[in-house]
Write a protein that binds this ligand. Structure first.
Ligand code: ZN
Length: 291
């Protein structure tokens, strides 16, 4: 049983209540919750690793730390852009704005989570189709180990398109700011938990929530095995036929064929530049293409 994952999810409601009582803003609650969750999962990975050889080394932690800084800045910039875009669109179509305003939080929260997964699910599936999207997304698949910290190793463009496709519908539909923050916290925490290299299975919960058992298959080096595009919940995978049962074993290998997934700067620089740079694109194209 992957009890560190379950314990983390069980701790989220009291954490949100405690933050509210302490007067923390939603943004600070989200940041604190994300960092505490990451610390907990990284500790649990070391104590109960699913695969001991997937424990990140010092150079990989430094790489992931650099991505944490880069993508925190990207997230902040993206938040401003999405908010500005939402204001602009609402001004264009004021009569259709905010149908979710005033809806009870117990009903709005699961809707916000499901809706917040739909756009990123669609873009994630598109990104695996080996066009420009894969040149962006390949960076996240490059590591040859799957663990909580390398969840952060994601191209900033990938971060922006996830944010845009998730947060813009929330804002346009008028979800309450607290509901948005709670849904964002759950999705963020889940994105780390499904990458965490923690031993244990979650059985029937694989139908309800995103789990490491499901997501490890998504990182398989073999494109045919790399289904399960959803992160926080497997709803859209099950509805749209891309859910892969975790089974008793995970993938034999993870990563991208032909791309060394260690921490060498030249590899990560090429992956970061791949969406923009013709020379780097050639390097990218030299890797086997995914189906
Ligand atoms: Zn992917």
């Amino acid at each position: 049983m992957n009890w560190p994952h379950l314990l983390l999810l069980a701790a989220l409601p009291p954490f949100v209540v405690a933050c509210g009582r302490a007067g923390l803003s939603d943004a600070n609650m989200l940041t604190l919750g994300t960092l505490l969750s990451l610390a907990w999962l990284m500790w649990a990975e070391r104590r109960w690793p699913a695969r001991p050889d997937w424990t990140p080394g010092r150079s990989e932690l430094l790489r992931d730390g650099a991505f944490l800084g880069l993508n925190a800045a990207t997230d902040a910039l993206g938040g401003l852009l999405v908010a500005a875009l939402a204001l602009h669109l609402r001004a264009l179509w004021p009569a259709t704005a905010a149908p979710m305003a005033g809806v009870a939080p117990w009903f709005a929260w699961p809707l916000a989570v499901a809706l917040g997964e739909l756009g990123p699910y669609a873009l994630h599936r598109w990104a695996h189709a080996d066009g420009w999207g894969w040149r962006v997304h390949a960076l996240h698949h490059a590591p040859e180990r799957v663990n909580a910290s390398n969840n952060i190793a994601t191209h900033p463009i990938n971060v922006l398109w996830n944010q845009l496709s998730r947060v813009l519908p929330w804002l346009l539909l008028g979800f309450d700011a607290h509901v948005i923050a709670w849904a964002a916290l759950f999705i963020q925490v889940q994105s780390f938990a499904v990458h965490a290299n923690i031993a244990g299975a979650l059985g029937p919960l694989n139908r309800l929530i995103g789990t490491a058992e499901l997501h490890r298959w998504h990182h398989s080096i073999h494109p045919a095995e790399a289904l399960n595009y959803g992160t926080a919940i497997p709803l859209w995978d099950q509805l749209l036929g891309t859910w892969r049962s975790p089974g008793s074993t995970g993938p034999a290998r993870v990563g991208v064929a032909g791309v060394p997934g260690g921490a060498a700067w030249r590899v990560w620089r090429a992956l970061l530049l791949a969406p923009f740079c013709a020379r780097c694109n050639r390097a990218q194209r030299s890797t086997p293409r995914r189906a």
